[in-house]
Design a protein around this ligand. Sequence first.
Ligand SMILES: NC(=O)c1ccc[n+]([C@@H]2O[C@H](COP(=O)([O-])OP(=O)(O)OC[C@H]3O[C@@H](n4cnc5c(N)ncnc54)[C@H](O)[C@@H]3O)[C@@H](O)[C@H]2O)c1
Length: 275
Amino acid sequence: MPHPAIARDKAAVVTGAASGIGKAAAARFAGVGMRVYLLDLPGPALDAARDEAARAATEPDHVVALPCDVSDEAEMRRAAQRVISVCTAPSILMNNAVTRTGGGVWNPWADWKKAVDVNLWGVINGVRSFGPAMISAGARAFVVNVGSKQGITNPPGNAAYNVTKAAVKTFTEALQHDLRTTPGCRVSAHLLIPGWTTTGDRAHQPGAWLPEQVVDYMLSGLEAGDFYILCPDGETTAEMDRKRILWGAGDITENRSPLSRWDPVYKDAFDTFEP
Ligand SMILES: NC(=O)c1ccc[n+]([C@@H]2O[C@H](COP(=O)([O-])OP(=O)(O)OC[C@H]3O[C@@H](n4cnc5c(N)ncnc54)[C@H](O)[C@@H]3O)[C@@H](O)[C@H]2O)c1
């Protein structure tokens, strides 16, 4: 049985819906007859994603492009008012928008600020703008925040992105605790953790998943009631993810150096742990 929030005539809000996983999710929700609001920066990509979702929809007029900078609290609140004025509350909120701007510890302030504003504040703005109406509506509903393995295992390369995704994980865990301890609340929160997925204008590589596969995996995780929806891909199995996450936690419990997986001192030990 699909999650009851995914149903004809209910409403879904998807941020970052002009591309990749968000675009695929918006089209999927439209295909089951939901009202779908695609939130993204204004432009031809958003219009094209709306058209694509409308072609998949049983009710093309119910598919709406809502230009919105998720990092801007006022814009997000306006978007929420617009959605709530039509449908009381969405049954699905998928906070998925992302910027890869950021980089290493010494990258410009502006890059760090943008990463935090879009990737973390975008999620907080979405939850705080739509969440109260979703709770008060009293119907089954869910919030999916999109994290990353990089926010858990912290590989070197884009520290700003990793920091924001670690914060999204922490925020979503706190959100789910809050929702499950709120009397009468029928809303749940979930952390979607995609694997390597071909999105944007990147060429599809063997080993990567397509956005539609991530959406399939997300829907089965939601159906099973999973909080952590940790996707494998064609290169990384669920067992490899499990070991990498355990190894990262072991940096603290075993008093190793941080990011020891990439420290030559621990190379042999890690290679033995995850052959
Ligand atoms: N693609 C992957 O391999 C992968 C892996 C792990 C996690 N993820 C996560 O999955 C989610 C989707 O990733 P994707 O690769 O499909 O993304 P994408 O790059 O294809 O699309 C991101 C969308 O976010 C929008 N966006 C950026 N800034 C915005 C803003 N300020 N306001 C509104 N919209 C904004 C962009 O315009 C774009 O349409 C992200 O949260 C990402 O971190 C992706």
